[in-house]
Design a protein around this ligand. Sequence first.
Ligand code: GDP
Ligand code: MG
Length: 597
Amino acid sequence: TPPEHIRNFCIIAHIDHGKSTLADRMLQLTGVVEERAMRAQYLDRMDIERERGITIKAQNVRLPWRLGDQDHVLHLIDTPGHVDFTYEVSRALEACEGAILLVDAAQGIEAQTLANLYLALEKDLHIIPVLNKIDLPAADPDKYSAELANIIGCQPSDVLRVSAKTGEGVSDLIDEVVRQVPAPVGDGDGPARALIFDSVYDTYRGVVTYIRVVDGKISPRERIKMMSTGATHELLEVGIISPEPKATKGLGVGEVGYLITGVKDVRQSKVGDTVTSERRGAPEPLAGYREPQPMVFSGLYPMDGSDYPDLREALDKLRLNDAALSYEPETSVALGFGFRCGFLGLLHLEITRDRLEREFGLELISTAPNVVYQVFLEDGTELVVTNPSDWPTGGKIAEVHEPISKVTVIAPSEFIGAIMELCQGKRGQLLGMDYLSEDRVELRYQLPLAEIIFDFFDSLKSRTRGYASLDYEESGEQASELVKVDILLQGEAVDAFSAIVHKDSAYSYGNRMATRLRELIPRQQFEVPIQAAIGSRIIARETIRAIRKDVLAKCYGGDISRKRKLLEKQKEGKKRMKTVGRVEVPQEAFVAALSTE
Ligand code: GDP
Ligand code: MG
């Protein structure tokens, strides 16, 4: 297809605003999926396959569309993985010239959508604002058209109105995509350059790499070269997805599709890298992506120690699909062998953990998350601390810097007071406030990142009855008075429970952990003191009293089978015990103590 008849676009939407449903209607209206084969959330079918261990994600789909008497090819590029990640979204945006900004006509725009919209605008994408769900009785399209027009600077009449559910307006929307989104521009005769915007590992086919061709042509007969490493590979297949993968004779300027090499090593296909041909390589790679910086760190440990190698393999595979994930081995006295993992944010952590458990069948414990601290010592040395156990001891710290972030909250204006109170309590500073419409407001705060990663989102949701949406981005660092709080069992520090906190919250953290552990750890034959300490200073103390009698004592003289059952039950319990000094702590206690609710 000549580039002038290609349109590449994506859909930016908040979760549940109808992105999948709109994609369904587009598949149907363009005839890509036949009526009888249609089922809801067609492109999401891969989730199910993924659970069975086959990972072919439909990252993009080719849609034919006729406008007037001209045939066009549209590529709908789904934002890979999880829409909530700015980093992931930015990869998809890089492969498009336009974006549909899809907003629920009964809800209005949400903070995360706003952030993604700004990203799209930064990349000079053409934006088509669309209100969805106009069939709903609660829809207020006039109010939200005005809101959207106000945000992106267009006329309210430019905002299209559709119902992805009934199909109303969707055909007009596709026409507008063809009319408004610019065609891709590239050098068709030049050396090949294609951007890798996603890649996944497939059990049957090996590494599947999704590309958008910028210049030249990727042909299945030629060997390709990855420009970042210089590694060359034979191509087994080049194809498009419409909606199943179909092999083609090659991909030209502006086209979006996939390629498969025989390579099994997941690290060979790096998202953001440029693919060129071996025979006639391009001199310069494409701009690619900014390397993502992990912002939040947490230890991930298998519940069952023998799963450690599986965890390593799972992380290797996930990393292919998620360039932002970093990890290195670490050991914990309490939890054994595991990995120190770096994430872009808390949501990233939660989703990664969830994927490891669901897709790889692992059971995991994650330690309390922390941010990256810069610690300046009195002797002039500077440390980067990503793990509380690396915190310098002995009072020679001169200054500590912690990352701060800019937070955007969008909520109904009745909650302004509650949101301000929450942010103030988290060391926040108000940067500004704007009314988006009569009764919806955008609040901007500066907050330490560490305050956001614990339970900020949950508190925000509960204070606003679920109506607030949140987005945040890093914005430098500040000096703060931070301390490390250790939790000791019988005088021994349990590394998994150490945390870096602001000095004003040290006492409440120590108290909370000590109380929780006293409730969670069963009584032993002897007394177990639980202490919270900053260095050698004890700031909180609880005691687990000793058990008076042996468990078996109450069966004394009783029925023998009952006694045996009790013994077996005890043995069961033993297997999942971790020993800290002389104290036996059930695995569940660690899990419960580290959970954030
Ligand atoms: P996504 O999370 O953005 O992919 O949203 P989905 O497409 O999964 O839609 C979320 C929910 O909204 C589903 O229950 C859909 O059936 C519903 N929905 C989507 N579009 C419409 C619409 O136009 N009208 C109505 N009434 N419901 C819709
Ligand atoms: Mg969806």
